[in-house]
Design a protein around this ligand. Sequence first.
Ligand code: AQP
Length: 338
Amino acid sequence: MATTFTPRVFSGIQPSGGLTLGNYLGAIKRFVDMQGAEFETIYCMVDLHAITVWQDPADLRKNTRELCAGFIASGIDPESSVLFNQSQVPEHTQLGWIFNTVARMGWLNRMTQFKDKAGKNRENSSVGLFAYPALMAADILVYHATHVPVGEDQKQHVELTRDIAAKFNHDYGVDFFPVTEPVIEGAATRVMSLRDGSKKMSKSDPSDMSRINMTDDADAIAQKIRKARTDPDALPSEVDGLKDRPEARNLVNIFAAMNDSTVEAVLADVGGKQFSEFKPLLADLAVAKLSPISSEMARLMEHQDEIDKILARGAERARALAAPILKQTYEIVGMVGA
Ligand code: AQP
């Protein structure tokens, strides 16, 4: 009989810069929605992933604490969710090594994130950047997580996690790891750059004008939306009218996701308006939704010792879940003393 797994959500964000609106709408806001009765929820700052590309140590420390503040200010309750920093739970890297032996080179070679991030500099990229998806599989499976809310860009990595679980189960003749479901839902699973509708909004984009940072003040948010690239046409009233208009689609998606609405409903309201009318509405909405979060983040950042305590307590709770699963994995693999 197939094993039944506890419904458990895991997801993580890299402290590789300040949080963006993409991270908020594509990930954190949805993490908050999944918190509650149906699932146990486990959320992580994945600092070990962040260092697969160079991070200044002082920035990494600051960004990790700021990310923790961002989670809490957005509504993650560190009591009802397990909230922690990856490097404080060594079971992730221990299982990650086992998965390095399960994942195949050919699988990792197909990962588009590696191709994008390594670019032409493949020979000079870190081994960690290449092996990133095997560690991500360990992040998820060390908790036997059944569901992983992510943005569209992470879908391929979650599929690889499923392949690793299936191969491990098959090779060792067990039904030990669940085949995890990616949860990619809502209007903003891929928020695009404000400067280029074909590029994902990203923390590490060199242009600050390409993204809204969660720490931006009202003026900065309004200015970035005002200057966001658009086309000269008015907004359509139907979704079909957004075809081949990536910048228009992006701003409408952002509006819908921020307003907990749908693209259809937004277009029913704003169809026919010029961007000169729509952008101020979007800016007002963004400021209304993001300002309380950014001021709470700033307040929390004044109490870093509290943040560190929350992370230490979260790591303790995470280890209590992860350690028995790692021990059983070692037993299955044949490690003496497991
Ligand atoms: N633009 C986006 N739209 C929707 N979702 C997004 N996510 C990231 N950008 C967008 C989702 O946020 C979660 C955490 O992502 P991450 O920080 O681990 O890595 P990333 O996807 O590589 O994000 P960035 O901002 O682009 O970071 P850098 O610049 O360091 O590479 C994931 O669920 C992701 O899907």
